[in-house]
Design a protein around this ligand. Structure first.
Ligand code: NAP
Length: 245
């Protein structure tokens, strides 16, 4: 059984991705940094459905924690062969005048630093064995250019750049790197979104409805599968067509 690491899988989209990958036969490392109960719930849900998962609490933005976390996963499950870079910290919105360099770094830590630390940790093993796959979780905001959000949009755009550069550099080793760009998919952290907020968004979706976490997870499952063996360096928008050119 091959092991997939889903970062930030104690709730939200990551939890749905963990469940989808487990259903597809992966042993899933459910990563998180704070919410012990949430991560335990995801692991229990997977076990109840006959899948294999375990939780691994470590901060994906910290080098020593990542090194230790990846080694622990290899010991308790098996060496990681798929990394889904999904974890996110808070995503505050603010006008340019209020954005500090630290606000930008806060986003880059999750969307550039963490994916880099994780990949660097597994890469010697992946290159030797010619295995491995990366799925980055981006966002439609890169195409839309949401205002008051430059720090988040820029970091998510950087993820697209990483995806493309890594795909070319690692292709010769048989390592695929792709990116899934969700639209607004309400999860636990959107509990305060009003019906009007959701309706305003829905009105711009060609498919005329909101997406659900399972639909983002299904695309991750596809990119993790052998059916996607010849796909690399791509961005797949999963947003009901909202970013159609
Ligand atoms: N939901 C959407 O509408 C949407 C739209 C476009 C893109 N996205 C992207 O999809 C991804 C998931 O979003 P979401 O809405 O599902 O987020 P979420 O519900 O807020 O979940 C974030 C996850 O990251 C974990 N986390 C936070 N800090 C961490 C750290 N330092 N190390 C490891 N894990 C950490 C959290 O766990 P703990 O609290 O336990 O640490 C939690 O499991 C993000 O990359 C987001 O940008 C989401």
């Amino acid at each position: 059984m091959k092991t997939a690491l889903v970062t930030g899988a104690s709730r939200g989209l990551g939890a749905a991705m963990a469940k989808a990958l487990a259903a597809a036969g992966w042993a899933v490392a459910v990563n998180y940094a704070h919410d012990d109960a949430g991560a335990a719930r995801v692991v229990d849900d997977i076990a109840m459905l006959g899948g294999k998962a375990a939780s691994f609490k470590f901060d994906v933005t910290d080098k020593a924690s990542v090194r230790h976390g990846i080694a622990t996963i290899a010991h308790e499950l098996a060496p990681v062969e798929l990394i889904v870079n999904n974890a996110t910290g808070p995503q505050p919105m603010m006008p340019i005048e209020d954005q500090s360099w630290d606000d930008h770094l806060d986003q880059l830590r999750f969307f550039v630093k963490a994916p880099l630390l994780l990949l660097q940790t597994v890469l010697p093993d992946w290159k030797t064995r010619k295995v491995g796959r990366v799925i980055n979780i981006g966002s439609e905001v890169v195409d839309i250019g949401n205002p008051d959000f430059g720090h988040y949009v820029a970091a998510k755009a950087a993820m697209v750049g990483l995806t493309r550069s890594w795909a070319r550099e690692l292709g010769p080793y048989g390592i695929n790197v792709n990116l899934v760009a969700p639209g607004f998919v309400p999860v636990e952290r959107h509990a305060t979104a009003t019906a009007d907020d959701i309706e305003d968004y829905r009105r711009d979706v060609p498919l005329a409805r909101m997406g659900v976490p399972e639909e983002i997870a299904a695309t991750v499952g596809f990119l993790a599968s052998p059916q996607a063996d010849f796909i690399t360096g791509q961005t797949i928008a999963v947003n009901g067509g909202r970013t159609l050119a």
